[in-house]
Design a protein around this ligand. Structure first.
Ligand SMILES: Nc1ncnc2c1ncn2[C@@H]1O[C@H](COP(=O)(O)OP(=O)(O)OP(=O)(O)O)[C@@H](O)[C@H]1O
Length: 466
């Protein structure tokens, strides 16, 4: 079987070109030849070339090898990943050393034995593959660092609605299916995307997110597919696109509902072909990604309104997961409150608690900004508090505090405990411990909260060895 990849042979002698081609095409998929070194630049732009066999003298009678050095430098500047082997009829050891110092991988003297040429080309090829691998890894690592530096929270929930979400995530994560996450802003779509990635067999590879909503139209292709240096005025360096960064891993495209028609078509083509072409390059790059998309819009409606391509919707929503708004799962509010109170207590070096009355307020409020708003409200409350308790009234809208209340949300309170036992003695012991913790060891207050006299409380402390 022939090895994948391409070799370019550049020599002004047509007999040599024919001889090398006949030999190498038995082993390599693509062997290109040219007698004109001015073709090199164009050929390198048009396709991926791993190895170049380069003559050192192109003018008749030239023997210094200077031309070979000139073209060698040009090639290395244009594509540092290409491996160059220099050839000359007038070999001498000094030239060989100089060529290698100038960046050639090897040097071969004409006339050569076929086995010798084959050996040198095979070594150059494996060197080229290594270079490509290192290049790709370096570029992925840059993207990874960026992705990892984002602070991520735990993805929590104990309501039945969230249990369904977790179950679907677990099932879908094992497959390579494209997943569409829907739900209002702040319901946790990005956290869900992370959770899917971490539960998948792509978790050792990058998770790369891109917010399409904040992407300037002119940067769309460059951000997604990358660009070559000089492709447009601001392209000062080569840039790796998000598709390529996510190779082997997960690409998360957030807020993709408002893409203009042209960009929808471009995105669809990349997803269908599993290939991208950086701006300013003619070479395509194969990409292996799992796509997770997110939107807070109703995409089927957008299709009916002719704002979103139906074929793109079918491509991205193999599995659809809806993140329910927080007001549909108030059972999650106590758990989330406890988590964020802990988190911000640590962050701001405080030890604040929340009163049952304030927890009730949180459970009654409708949270239009969902969990993000809850987390921000708790952070503000921690920052503003002067006492040992957070003051929720100071951070949620005044009219929300005046709502006729259920007493502390019963659903919330009940679901905050998952019963692994109904043994009353064990439950009582846990309640006593929890009350003590809540009142920071103050026995009188804990007894009052439990509806016990101080005497009854002390008997229980003794019985449970607390
Ligand atoms: N289930 C959850 N558990 C813990 N925190 C959560 C949860 N859901 C959301 N959050 C919090 O809310 C914030 C917003 O979540 P996320 O960015 O995932 O929402 P989103 O649905 O992607 O929002 P948008 O549509 O605005 O991009 C997170 O940073 C996190 O603090």
């Amino acid at each position: 079987m022939k090895q994948e990849g391409a070799i370019l042979v550049v020599d002004d002698n047509p007999d040599i070109l024919i001889a090398v081609k006949l030999l190498l095409k038995q082993y390599y998929q693509t062997v290109i030849t040219t007698d004109n070194p001015f073709d090199i630049e164009k050929l390198l732009k048009e396709q991926q070339i791993e190895v170049i066999l380069l003559d050192m003298n192109f003018n008749h009678d030239a023997i210094s090898g200077q031309e070979g050095f000139y073209w060698l430098k040009k090639i290395i500047t244009q594509d540092p990943a290409v491996v160059v082997v220099l050839m000359t009829a007038y070999s001498d050891i000094t030239l060989a050393v100089e060529a290698i110092k100038a960046g050639a991988a090897d040097f071969i003297a004409k006339p050569w034995k076929n086995e010798q040429l084959q050996g040198v080309v095979a070594a150059a090829f494996s060197h080229a593959k290594d270079k490509q691998r290192v290049n790709k890894l370096t570029r992925q690592a840059q993207g990874l660092n960026q992705a990892l530096s984002n602070q991520k929270f735990e993805f929590l929930g104990q309501s039945p609605a969230m249990q369904t979400v977790f179950d679907t995530i677990e099932k879908a994560a094992q497959t390579d299916a494209n997943i569409l996450l829907t739900g209002e802003s702040g319901t946790g779509k990005e956290l869900a995307a992370h959770a899917i990635h971490m539960a998948s067999n792509r978790s050792a590879h990058p998770f790369i997110g891109l917010d399409m909503g904040s992407l300037a139209e002119s940067l769309f292709e460059s951000e997604l597919f990358g660009h070559k240096k000089g492709a447009f005025t601001d392209a000062k360096e080569d840039r790796v696109g998000h598709f390529e960064l996510a190779h082997g891993g997960t690409l998360f495209l957030d807020e993709l509902a408002n893409l203009p028609a042209q960009q929808q078509a471009t995105l669809l083509a990349a997803l269908q072909n599993r290939q991208v072409t950086p701006v300013g390059s003619a070479k395509t790059i194969d990409v292996d990604i799992r796509l997770i998309s997110a939107t807070n819009e109703n995409l089927p409606q957008a299709v009916l309104d002719n704002r979103f391509r139906q074929d793109l919707l079918y491509r991205i929503n193999t599995v659809e997961i809806r993140l329910p708004p927080l007001r549909e799962r108030i059972e999650d509010i106590p758990l989330l409150t406890e988590y964020y109170l802990d988190y911000f207590n640590q962050k701001y070096k405080r030890a604040l608690s929340i009163t049952p009355g304030d927890l009730e307020l949180l459970c009654r409020y409708s949270w239009p900004g969902n969990v993000r708003e809850l987390a921000h409200s708790i952070e503000r409350a921690v920052i503003l508090s002067d006492s040992e308790y957070v003051d929720i009234r100071a951070v949620i809208p005044a009219d929300a505090c005046e709502l006729p209340g259920r007493q502390i949300s019963e659903a919330a309170a009940e679901n905050n405990h998952s019963y692994d036992t109904f043994d009353l003695e064990i439950l009582e012991q846990r309640a006593v411990r929890a009350a003590l913790k809540f009142h920071q060891g103050n026995v009188t207050q804990a007894a009052k909260a439990l509806g016990l006299t101080r005497g009854a409380m002390y008997r229980r402390l003794e019985r449970y060895d607390l």
